[in-house]
Ligand binder design. Structure first.
Ligand SMILES: [Zn+2]
Length: 464
């Protein structure tokens, strides 16, 4: 059977965009403050997953909701299973949007909105790949499951549950990263460093707040301090802004000063793509004579961990030939004079390093450190058919040649499968706006991805 996947995908563009617009309009951010037994992540992520499943029902697929945190759309039968793992949750919008983040807006062929790139756009493109197969009357020789998680951006609640209760798929891919293909993912470890609330006399750190997630470079930071000389402090801040790549403002409030810093949000897997507002603010404050726990907090965040994405200062730096550099992101920084402080850091490390090495090195610079989460590095051999078949389809459709798979610092659902890879949907040359303000995907890229997914699922489905 010969199918012209590219021209076929074009026929589905209008339907695809209508469905995507519906998904984007559900603000499916994990919301722990409104978690209930029924909605352990808040309602949004579940509602978006249910909307996704409703498309499957509409188009005549079998759909299953295992619980309110994970579900799947199924097609075909057989002993083997091809799994496609996507997620319906999104990162918080953050500030700096030019359009409404939870409303898909197409400007000059670019679809803006939270989730257009990560991961509603790509996940739905994979769904349309599957739908095209069914719509064309193709009978797969194996079972295909498009699994939709609801907590990819935090703890993988739901997708982990799926793997606890369902058999391991034969192989699969996650359309939740970039093209061409990712066959290796660094280890991923998150640590929390805690501080007491002892403060200074001359300078008091009343409050410090920066960062929403450990897997994001914080774009904003704010602090409230009492100083011995407000004007001197304000002048020093103006001077600091002149010399550093951050913006900010400062104003006197009562007997204290409120100071804001703006950097640049980015994904934690390459902290150098962002500018960490939190560590810059701590760096500025660390020049003044705070004392006690406030001083320890500011010195660690603003000196030891500041501007050091390869973790040289704590001697955890490491590079592997295939998997690249260990990286460190300082994702959450908080201090209050009543509750004390915390700094959450997230490390992506290649084989050759380990979470224990990192923990031991952190313990040398901090008194109270806990490992919050950890995943080991993941690697699928280049000659595995899940790698070679998908790369073959990618090369055929894009005309690129000698395409090599990549290793990244991002952790995708693919690592839950022994033979799992990440495949799309960000094309080389398209700006990566995942986790950032003004997230977008070119509509033409999404349709190109749909065609690639269609042919890929078709090829894999004929392996039986
Ligand atoms: Zn994602």
């Amino acid at each position: 059977m010969t199918i012209d996947w590219k021209s076929l995908a074009n026929n589905y563009q209008e339907d695809y965009l209508a469905d995507l617009s519906e998904l984007i309009s559900i603000a499916s951010v994990r919301d722990d403050d409104n978690a209930t037994d029924e909605y352990p992540l808040g309602e949004g992520p579940t509602k978006a997953m249910e909307k996704f499943l409703s498309f499957g029902e509409r188009d005549g697929f079998k759909t299953v909701k295992l619980d309110n945190t994970v579900g799947y759309i199924e097609y075909g039968e057989g002993d083997k299973t091809l799994a496609i793992q996507s997620h319906a949750d999104v990162m918080p919008a953050g500030d700096g949007w030019k359009t409404e983040p939870f409303e898909m807006t197409i400007i000059d062929g670019l679809a803006y909105g939270r989730g257009t790139s990560d991961d509603k756009g790509p996940g739905l493109a994979a769904y349309y790949g599957l739908w095209m197969l069914k719509d064309q009357g193709v009978t797969p020789k194996l079972k295909i499951r498009l699994i939709i998680g609801t907590d990819e951006e935090s703890d993988w609640t739901g997708m982990k549950h799926y793997f606890d209760v369902e058999p391991q798929p034969t192989f699969g891919f996650s359309p939740d990263a970039e093209f061409p293909l990712i066959n290796g993912e660094k280890g991923n470890a998150t640590y929390e460093i805690k501080f007491g609330s002892k403060n200074g006399e001359e300078f008091r750190l009343k409050n410090f707040d920066s960062g929403l997630r450990t897997n994001m470079v914080p774009g904003k930071a704010e602090a409230l301090v009492e100083t011995d000389d407000n004007q001197k402090f304000v002048d020093a801040f103006t001077d600091y802004l002149d010399k550093n790549p951050v913006a900010g403002d400062v104003k006197a409030i009562g007997d204290g000063v409120s100071v804001h810093v703006t950097g640049k949000q980015a994904h934690a897997m390459e902290p150098n793509n962002g500018i960490n507002a939190g560590t810059y603010l701590a760096n500025f404050l660390s020049q003044f004579s705070f004392s006690g726990d406030a001083e320890k907090f500011l010195k660690l965040a603003g000196v030891t961990l500041h501007d050091d994405s390869r973790a040289h200062n704590i001697a955890a730096n490491y590079t592997d030939d295939v998997m690249g550099d260990l990286t460190m992101n300082v994702g959450i920084l908080k201090f209050s004079e009543t509750d004390g402080g915390l700094i959450n850091t997230n490390f992506r490390y290649p084989k050759g390093s380990s979470d224990e090495i990192i923990l031991n090195n952190l313990k040398k610079v901090a008194d109270d450190v806990d490992e919050l989460s950890h995943m080991v590095p993941h690697y699928v051999a280049k000659d595995d058919p899940i790698v070679s078949t998908l790369l073959g389809v990618y090369e055929r459709q894009t005309g690129e040649t000698n395409v090599e798979p990549e290793v990244v610092g991002g952790g995708t659902y693919a690592r839950l499968m022994d033979r799992g890879v990440a495949f799309g949907a960000l094309f080389p040359g398209t700006e990566d706006t995942m986790h950032q303000a003004n997230e977008f995907q070119p509509v033409s890229d999404l349709i190109k991805a749909m065609a690639i997914y269609g042919e890929s699922i078709y090829e894999l489905s004929q392996e039986g």
